[in-house]
Design a protein around this ligand. Structure first.
Ligand code: GUN
Length: 281
């Protein structure tokens, strides 16, 4: 079975659009998301474009702040403070990675947790670890959770193996999978024998950005395989998973593109709607 992130996204986005229309018909302002991009990293330009288009399609206003590469930390913090104070801005997203002269953690700390639709602020990450409802869950983990829920894949007691322990996906995803009562293992660059873990996984999720890291012989028969990787190699987009080999063994698998990618953007729309509803209600 193919886990079709495009199709599931479309359904969820239709509901978001209807919910936004409900508010607009009652005279409320539009929801709005401020997107900040520092520099011209080509993949980031594509991601930011996709996010903004998706916002407009469901009736969320997107404000775009495209700052030059040499922007100073202080200038970025000033913009964030301004956006934090604006009542007509519900969400603030600073696209990562930032140029190396800008410390990411200082930027994330500056965003109001109430507007942190990426869910990266320690208050929101802490809520995720503490299983406290009401915070923002980072978009890719939330998107994966929604995709699994759509296909009625219950994680309770399942062996979930996550390959990749990054800040944006692997670490928050491990907390979310624990919240769903899975038994979670996280492999990373220092793991001695990744295959020892991956071959045991009921649900295998790879988020490394290493194209075709996961081969057929690393996957258990009948496993569910989620591919978070999106790497441009030449003019091709490759996932972390060697799809042709792994599809023969997996009971369900996400394609790249059209799997996790659209779900991440959908989760961002949901988080923005959540921020908006708190502001207008
Ligand atoms: N770069 C890659 N993924 C993400 C994400 O989910 N949010 C932000 N802000 N930057 C990213």
């Amino acid at each position: 079975m193919i886990l079709d992130g495009r199709e599931v996204s479309e359904k969820i986005r239709e509901n978001i659009k209807k919910e936004v229309e409900y508010y607009l018909q009652r005279g409320y302002r539009k929801p709005s998301l401020a997107v900040i991009l520092v520099g011209d990293d080509p993949p980031s330009l594509v991601y930011v474009g996709n996010k903004r288009k998706a916002c407009e399609k469901v009736g969320i206003k997107s404000l775009f702040y495209h700052l030059p590469y040499n922007t100073k930390l202080e200038e970025l913090l000033e913009l964030i403070a301004e956006l934090n104070a604006r009542e007509d801005v519900d969400g603030i997203l600073v696209q990562l990675p930032l140029p190396p002269h800008i410390p990411m953690q200082e930027v994330i700390l500056a965003i109001s947790p109430r507007k942190d639709v990426d869910g990266f602020h320690p208050e929101n990450m802490g809520r995720l670890l503490g299983r406290l409802e009401g915070g923002f869950i980072p978009c890719t983990p939330l998107g994966i959770d929604l995709l699994l829920k759509h296909y009625q894949i219950d994680l309770k007691g399942k062996d979930v193996v996550i390959v990749g322990a990054g800040f944006i996906v692997g670490r928050p995803l491990s907390a979310l999978m624990l919240w769903r009562d899975a038994t979670v293992s996280v492999c990373h660059i220092h793991t001695k024998d990744i295959k020892k873990y991956t071959t045991q996984a009921d649900v295998l999720i790879s988020a490394t950005g290493v194209p075709h890291l996961i081969r057929g012989d690393m996957v258990k028969e009948g496993a569910i395989v989620i591919d978070v990787g999106i790497t441009k190699v030449g003019n091709k987009i490759l996932g972390d998973v060697c799809f042709e080999e792994v599809k023969e063994k997996a009971s369900a698998i996400t394609p790249v593109p059209g799997g996790v990618g659209p779900m991440t953007v959908t989760a961002l729309l949901l988080n923005t709607l959540q921020a908006y509803k708190k502001n207008v209600n």
